[in-house]
Design a protein. Sequence first.
Length: 208
Amino acid sequence: MPRLALDIEQLRDFHDRALHEPHPLDSPPPPMEAGLWAWIARNHHCNTLLWDEEDQARRRDVADAEIVRCKRAIDRHNQARNDAVEQIDLCLMDQLDGPAPESRARLHSETPGAMVDRLSILALKLHHMGRQLQRDDVDDAHLATCAAKLQRLQEQRADLLAALGALLDELAGGTARFKLYRQFKMYNDPTLNPWLARAARGAQPVEP
């Protein structure tokens, strides 16, 4: 039975620890042949940048040009985030020596990479909700509401970590399999996005 190099407790601790370390505003992706943890780090880094840009994009005290910059950064980081999810899945498939035979393994609709991505976002939610409890400029009702939300988020993460651990065991045992479907983000493709195609041709957009 293959042993997958992804420990759920190590993953949880990595996500939490990384949020307390400085990160560059942007960084190049790792090489395609990079290992599993390099792509996990890339995914988490992109989610961290996305969180910051999404917060900034809601501002009302800046020029529209700054919001446009945020939106374009969000688009760029989101594409990189999804690319990293696919690489996580590819790394795990390589460890499994390919998908399990269909005749004896159930198909799991969500890939391990997608679950790692969700856990990254949950770590961000826990981090920022916890920071709300450190504020001294809010009333007790706000603190109580945030404390209740924090508890629910902790429960969600524990459940998702357990689900990922169970899936990894099933994958290693050959009783479950997953497919890499690819995201095919059409809005970033100038041949598929009618508005980008219009700009390239100087013509009217193609009807979707």
